[in-house]
Design a protein around this ligand. Structure first.
Ligand code: SF4
Length: 97
């Protein structure tokens, strides 16, 4: 998928998620762990993701945003295993976006 299509899909997902849940912004805990993953990622250039082209300071704060390489999901599994993800995050995930 091209970077333009990924950006368009991200915007679409954000709007759908916000309509369904009324929630645009991710919780502070989610933002924190997303940033932690991005900072160690080979695709992160310090500002943008070289995989999707997004500005990560913005994208990490959007509740419906997803990592194009699925690295956030891998971290989420670790956090769930250790019981670190809270109810706020679980609610954000449950809308199916
Ligand atoms: S969104 Fe994913 S691929 Fe992009 S910098 Fe973050 S962890 Fe890496």
């Amino acid at each position: 998928m091209s970077k333009l299509k990924i950006a368009a899909q991200t915007i679409k997902d954000v709007v759908i998620h916000a309509k369904k849940t009324g929630q645009l912004k991710a919780s502070e805990k989610v933002i924190e762990f997303r940033k932690e993953v991005c900072e160690k990622c080979p695709f992160f250039d310090g500002t943008r993701c070289e995989s999707c082209g997004c500005f990560m300071d913005i994208k990490t704060k959007l509740a419906a945003a997803v990592c194009p390489e699925n690295y956030w999901a891998q971290k989420e599994v670790e956090l769930e295993l250790f019981g670190i993800i809270d109810d706020v995050y679980i609610k954000q995930k449950c809308c199916g976006v």
